[in-house]
Design a protein around this ligand. Structure first.
Ligand code: CU
Length: 109
């Protein structure tokens, strides 16, 4: 009967484990965004990235919080995506080509 007990316990917790697995993750990344235009540029670009559900840029602090599907993307991929838009993302430097295309008001200096 012990085995049956374990099976029942497993069946009871299995949906919970599955739900946790499907839960979305959030990551907060420091970017070089400085104005509302940067905010819109990053949020629009990230909306097209695979696995990203929502992003919110605070251009006053440069922090972007990203809600993503853990199975589809990762913080490293998100940092890379931000770099390709032309912004620094934590320790990942902005892609120089994308950075060069940013309007003057959106550049760091
Ligand atoms: Cu800007």
């Amino acid at each position: 009967m012990k085995a049956l007990k374990y099976i029942l316990v497993f069946l009871f917790f299995a949906p919970a484990i599955y739900a946790v697995d499907k839960k979305n993750d959030t990551v907060i990344i420091k970017t070089s965004a400085i104005c509302n235009e940067c905010k819109e540029r990053i949020e629009t670009a990230l909306a097209y990235e695979k696995g990203i559900i929502q992003s919110d840029v605070n251009f006053k602090t440069g922090m972007v919080s990203v809600i993503y599907k853990a199975g589809k993307t990762s913080p490293d991929k998100i940092r890379k995506a931000i770099s390709e838009i032309g912004y620094d993302a934590d320790n990942v430097k902005a892609d120089p080509k994308s950075y060069a295309k940013l309007p003057k008001c959106c550049k760091k200096e």
